[in-house]
Design a protein around this ligand. Structure first.
Ligand SMILES: CC(C)(COP(=O)(O)OP(=O)(O)OC[C@H]1O[C@@H](n2cnc3c(N)ncnc32)[C@H](O)[C@@H]1OP(=O)(O)O)[C@@H](O)C(=O)NCCC(=O)NCCS
Length: 150
């Protein structure tokens, strides 16, 4: 089940982030981000059973997925797709018309995930990430969010 992560969840989110990224965000950095009213965090599962989370922001009709992480043993079970979809829903209900993100050019899994969910390449930031073998471009991907019909 995906739920909004409370402000007190920064330690849990940092632990999940550390299992998914070589340069993880600290609990302090995550807590600081979550102080921003524009930022939302959603977690899949509870406490020690949590499998992953997503963070994003929404402001002035735009939104961004800041990070998404699923622990290695829980991958390829649909949790990443569920989290990114939930981020889109969270952005939509906060008034966003579109959502975007940045992904390293060599992150095949994440690029495939976003493409499956309707994100399309919208730009490129040259040498955006520092990689072991040199710098790596960031691909900017975005998608429109569906307009609710009433
Ligand atoms: C990217 C990440 C969140 C995907 O999470 P996940 O739970 O494994 O993703 P899902 O199971 O929902 O996969 C959905 C789709 O994404 C694509 N995908 C996911 N992992 C893939 C992989 N290793 N190779 C190719 N395609 C992949 C597939 O299209 C998949 O659908 P399918 O399983 O029906 O083929 C996860 O690999 C992760 O945490 N990676 C490290 C952190 C990271 O890179 N985050 C993104 C930063 S931009």
């Amino acid at each position: 089940m995906i739920e909004a992560a409370p402000a007190t969840a920064s330690d849990l989110l940092a632990a999940l982030h550390a299992r998914a990224f070589p340069k993880p965000w600290s609990a302090t950095e995550i807590a600081k981000l979550m102080e921003n009213q524009a930022v939302f965090a959603l977690v899949h599962g509870n406490g020690a059973e949590a499998q992953g989370f997503v963070m994003g922001w929404t402001a002035a009709g735009d939104s961004e997925v800041l990070t998404v992480a699923v622990v290695p043993e829980a991958r390829r079970k649909g949790f990443g797709a569920a989290l990114v979809t939930a981020a889109g829903v969270a952005a939509l209900v906060r008034g966003a018309k579109s959502i975007h993100l940045e992904v390293a050019e060599d992150n095949i899994a994440a690029r495939a995930l976003y493409a499956k969910l309707g994100y399309e390449e919208a730009g490129r930031r040259h040498a955006y990430y520092a990689g072991e073998g040199g710098s790596i471009d960031a691909i900017v991907m975005r998608r429109d969010l569906p307009r609710p019909t009433v």
